[in-house]
Design a protein around this ligand. Structure first.
Ligand SMILES: Cc1cc2nc3c(=O)[nH]c(=O)nc-3n(C[C@H](O)[C@H](O)[C@H](O)COP(=O)(O)OP(=O)(O)OC[C@H]3O[C@@H](n4cnc5c(N)ncnc54)[C@H](O)[C@@H]3O)c2cc1C
Length: 340
């Protein structure tokens, strides 16, 4: 009997796409709609630095093309911003005033870079980088500039710093070990990072902070607490991520930092699930919630959430553990796959 379900997925990243594929495989007749506020087809985020550098083009960035969605009869709607959801009425409100109904909803809206209070006074000078749109907006500035300051606070910051260096730029990196995300850098780790980056010609500023920033016609004049002064073309901040859940706030769906879900990835509404970087998942072992990050985790969770929307009842387990070597220190992780 044909399914009457309309599955709506908010998010066109690994979580959303893996979910859509599982749903289609198991429910050939259902309506499936995938929404994204970006205009780019599903792409590899970790390849964005290579795109900026010019070593790959748009085609290599793309995970799959429009034809794939057509063949699977998945309705892909790009450039559609979800502004609000009403889980009691099973409705989604899009920014352009459209109201969409669903029978089952998956929130897979990812996360965006955060600006921590300790640098919020300088927010207007800071650039953030995490999406294809950011890459498009900043590619010219990055290719044409000479000197950059990176406020380093997460794993992506190292990739970005290395990308700039390999493009022949002068790079200073101001480390914020406490803001490091998703874990805090210990003293030993910070020393290892310092050593590894310094060896490759990157000036690392440790145990320091921002004192002032001023835009002049030469660039951005920066003075640090320790009295270091320099002028930069741009200042980038990588101080961790914050889940994209503003559209769910006040809707009745439980939230904290992310969308709160149980270990089946279900929210407090039976027909609403969340997966990937936006989800905060209950872990019965630690009797608390953990935030999930990383491509592989998002993909696994998207697939599990879809199975459960179909009625399977799977419990989420993190992706297999891997030991990563990052800038001279090792991380034992189940969430981050090193794609470099
Ligand atoms: C430069 C860079 C390098 C990285 N390198 C690695 C790496 O080496 N290894 C690793 O494991 N991970 C890496 N990551 C992280 C990885 O890409 C993310 O963890 C992963 O993409 C998360 O998947 P997701 O599906 O949860 O969310 P995302 O991939 O962030 O997708 C979220 C989707 O939701 C959409 N969306 C958000 N809000 C709305 C809204 N209101 N309305 C409609 N649509 C909305 C977005 O447009 C997007 O399509 C990297 C990330 C970056 C930026």
């Amino acid at each position: 009997m044909p399914s009457n379900d309309h599955y709506v997925i908010i998010g066109n990243g690994p979580a959303g796409n893996h979910a859509a594929d599982v749903l289609r495989k198991n429910d050939p007749d259902a309506r499936i709609t995938l929404l994204s506020n970006e205009s780019m087809l599903f792409y590899y985020k970790h390849k964005l630095p290579a795109l900026i550098k010019g070593t790959i083009g748009d085609t290599e960035l793309s995970v799959k093309g429009a034809r794939d969605y057509k063949e699977k009869n998945i309705r892909l709607r790009l450039g559609q911003e979800v502004e609000r959801i009403d889980p009691r009425e099973n409705r989604i409100y899009l920014k352009h005033m459209e109201i969409m109904s669903y029978t089952k909803l998956l929130i897979a809206s990812g996360a965006s870079p955060r600006v921590l209070p300790l640098v919020s006074n300088f927010a207007k000078h800071l650039k953030l980088f995490s999406s294809f749109t950011d890459a498009l907006n900043q590619i010219g500035d990055i290719r044409n500039g000479r000197r950059y300051l990176v406020l380093g606070g997460d794993l992506v910051s190292f990739k970005f710093v290395r990308m700039l260096k390999s493009m022949g730029k002068e790079v200073d990196c101001l480390l914020y070990p406490d803001a490091f995300w998703p874990f805090t850098l210990t003293k030993d780790m910070a020393e290892a990072v310092n050593k590894s980056l310094t060896k490759d010609g990157i000036r690392v500023l440790s145990n320091d902070g921002l004192k002032s920033m001023n835009q002049t016609c030469e660039g951005i004049d920066v003075v640090t607490d320790n009295g270091y002064t320099a002028t930069f073309d741009s200042v980038y901040a990588f101080l961790g991520m914050v889940p994209n859940i503003s559209f769910a706030l006040g809707s009745g769906i439980d939230t904290d930092r992310g969308i709160l879900v149980n270990d089946h990835l279900k929210t407090n509404f039976n027909n609403v699930y969340a997966a990937g970087d936006c989800a905060q998942i209950y872990n019965p072992d630690i009797k608390s919630y953990w935030l999930s990050v990383g491509w592989k985790n998002a993909a696994v969770q998207g697939a599990v959430a879809a199975e459960n929307l179909l009625g399977a009842g799977y419990v989420i387990t993190p992706s297999p553990k891997s030991i990563l070597s990052v800038e001279g220190f090792t991380v034992d992780t189940s969430w981050w796959e090193n794609f470099d």
